[in-house]
Design a protein around this ligand. Structure first.
Ligand SMILES: [Zn+2]
Length: 140
Protein backbone atom coordinates (compact mmCIF):
# COMPACT_ATOMS: atom_id res chain seq x y z
CA UNK A 1 0.00 0.00 0.00
CA UNK A 2 1.34 3.48 -0.79
CA UNK A 3 2.14 5.86 2.02
CA UNK A 4 -0.54 8.47 2.77
CA UNK A 5 0.50 12.04 3.50
CA UNK A 6 -1.71 15.01 4.43
CA UNK A 7 -2.15 17.85 1.96
CA UNK A 8 -1.16 20.04 4.91
CA UNK A 9 0.19 18.73 8.23
CA UNK A 10 -1.38 19.45 11.61
CA UNK A 11 -5.08 19.06 10.84
CA UNK A 12 -5.88 15.34 10.96
CA UNK A 13 -4.48 11.91 11.74
CA UNK A 14 -3.75 9.26 9.14
CA UNK A 15 -4.25 5.85 10.77
CA UNK A 16 -2.00 3.03 9.63
CA UNK A 17 -5.09 0.82 9.23
CA UNK A 18 -7.19 2.10 6.33
CA UNK A 19 -10.36 0.79 7.97
CA UNK A 20 -9.83 3.10 10.96
CA UNK A 21 -11.31 6.58 10.49
CA UNK A 22 -9.00 9.58 10.87
CA UNK A 23 -9.45 12.10 13.67
CA UNK A 24 -9.14 15.86 13.61
CA UNK A 25 -6.33 17.55 15.52
CA UNK A 26 -7.88 20.11 17.82
CA UNK A 27 -7.38 21.83 21.14
CA UNK A 28 -9.17 21.71 24.46
CA UNK A 29 -9.08 24.60 26.92
CA UNK A 30 -7.80 23.48 30.32
CA UNK A 31 -9.74 26.27 32.05
CA UNK A 32 -13.24 26.16 30.53
CA UNK A 33 -13.18 22.82 28.69
CA UNK A 34 -14.12 24.24 25.28
CA UNK A 35 -12.91 22.31 22.20
CA UNK A 36 -11.57 23.92 19.04
CA UNK A 37 -10.67 22.90 15.52
CA UNK A 38 -8.20 23.69 14.13
CA UNK A 39 -5.73 23.99 17.00
CA UNK A 40 -5.47 27.31 18.79
CA UNK A 41 -2.94 29.00 21.07
CA UNK A 42 -5.55 31.07 22.94
CA UNK A 43 -9.03 30.00 24.06
CA UNK A 44 -11.63 31.92 22.02
CA UNK A 45 -14.07 31.64 24.93
CA UNK A 46 -12.07 32.58 28.04
CA UNK A 47 -8.78 33.83 26.52
CA UNK A 48 -6.45 31.65 28.59
CA UNK A 49 -3.39 30.24 26.83
CA UNK A 50 -3.47 26.86 28.58
CA UNK A 51 -4.77 24.67 25.75
CA UNK A 52 -3.99 21.03 25.22
CA UNK A 53 -3.81 19.15 21.94
CA UNK A 54 -6.61 16.66 21.51
CA UNK A 55 -8.10 14.45 18.81
CA UNK A 56 -11.70 15.10 17.72
CA UNK A 57 -14.29 12.99 15.93
CA UNK A 58 -14.65 10.84 13.98
CA UNK A 59 -18.45 11.22 14.34
CA UNK A 60 -20.55 14.31 13.82
CA UNK A 61 -23.94 15.57 12.68
CA UNK A 62 -24.46 17.34 9.36
CA UNK A 63 -25.63 20.84 10.30
CA UNK A 64 -26.05 22.08 6.74
CA UNK A 65 -24.56 21.51 3.31
CA UNK A 66 -24.51 22.56 -0.30
CA UNK A 67 -23.74 20.71 -3.48
CA UNK A 68 -21.03 22.14 -5.72
CA UNK A 69 -20.80 21.73 -9.47
CA UNK A 70 -17.45 23.39 -10.15
CA UNK A 71 -14.15 21.46 -10.29
CA UNK A 72 -12.77 20.16 -7.02
CA UNK A 73 -9.55 21.91 -5.87
CA UNK A 74 -8.94 23.16 -9.36
CA UNK A 75 -8.05 20.07 -11.32
CA UNK A 76 -6.18 18.06 -8.67
CA UNK A 77 -8.72 15.28 -8.74
CA UNK A 78 -9.02 13.49 -12.03
CA UNK A 79 -12.65 12.44 -11.63
CA UNK A 80 -13.77 15.91 -10.56
CA UNK A 81 -17.53 15.92 -10.57
CA UNK A 82 -20.13 17.49 -8.33
CA UNK A 83 -19.61 17.09 -4.60
CA UNK A 84 -21.01 18.21 -1.28
CA UNK A 85 -19.54 20.74 1.13
CA UNK A 86 -21.02 20.80 4.59
CA UNK A 87 -20.77 22.08 8.10
CA UNK A 88 -20.54 19.29 10.62
CA UNK A 89 -21.10 19.57 14.36
CA UNK A 90 -18.59 17.31 16.07
CA UNK A 91 -19.72 15.48 19.21
CA UNK A 92 -17.18 17.55 21.17
CA UNK A 93 -18.75 20.82 19.99
CA UNK A 94 -16.80 22.48 17.17
CA UNK A 95 -18.54 23.06 13.84
CA UNK A 96 -16.22 22.08 10.99
CA UNK A 97 -16.55 22.83 7.29
CA UNK A 98 -15.44 20.04 5.01
CA UNK A 99 -15.97 18.21 1.76
CA UNK A 100 -18.64 15.49 1.87
CA UNK A 101 -18.55 12.21 0.02
CA UNK A 102 -21.65 10.69 -1.44
CA UNK A 103 -24.19 11.81 -3.99
CA UNK A 104 -26.65 14.66 -3.43
CA UNK A 105 -29.46 12.19 -2.67
CA UNK A 106 -27.36 10.46 0.02
CA UNK A 107 -26.99 13.65 2.08
CA UNK A 108 -29.52 15.20 4.44
CA UNK A 109 -29.37 17.79 7.20
CA UNK A 110 -29.21 16.20 10.65
CA UNK A 111 -27.71 12.92 9.47
CA UNK A 112 -24.79 11.24 11.24
CA UNK A 113 -21.53 11.55 9.35
CA UNK A 114 -18.09 10.10 9.90
CA UNK A 115 -14.58 11.27 9.03
CA UNK A 116 -12.85 9.69 6.12
CA UNK A 117 -9.79 10.38 3.96
CA UNK A 118 -9.84 11.09 0.26
CA UNK A 119 -6.85 10.78 -2.04
CA UNK A 120 -6.44 13.91 -4.17
CA UNK A 121 -3.42 12.86 -6.18
CA UNK A 122 -0.20 10.84 -6.09
CA UNK A 123 3.23 12.38 -5.76
CA UNK A 124 6.11 11.49 -8.06
CA UNK A 125 7.34 9.20 -5.23
CA UNK A 126 4.01 7.35 -5.25
CA UNK A 127 2.63 8.76 -2.00
CA UNK A 128 -1.09 9.45 -1.77
CA UNK A 129 -1.85 13.06 -0.85
CA UNK A 130 -5.04 13.05 1.21
CA UNK A 131 -7.62 15.43 2.66
CA UNK A 132 -10.21 14.74 5.33
CA UNK A 133 -13.87 14.67 4.44
CA UNK A 134 -17.08 13.39 5.97
CA UNK A 135 -19.22 10.58 4.62
CA UNK A 136 -22.64 9.35 5.66
CA UNK A 137 -22.10 7.21 8.75
CA UNK A 138 -22.83 3.51 8.55
CA UNK A 139 -26.08 2.68 10.28
CA UNK A 140 -25.52 0.91 13.58
ZN1 LIG B 1 -11.38 28.53 27.78
Amino acid sequence: MPNRVPIEPGFFTIPEDRDVPPRLLGSRCSACGEYFFPRRQVCARCLVTDLQDTELGPRGTLYTFTYVHVPFFGSLRADAGAYGVGQVDLREGPRVQAVLSGGREELSIGMDVELDLETLYHTAEGDEVVIFRFRPAARA
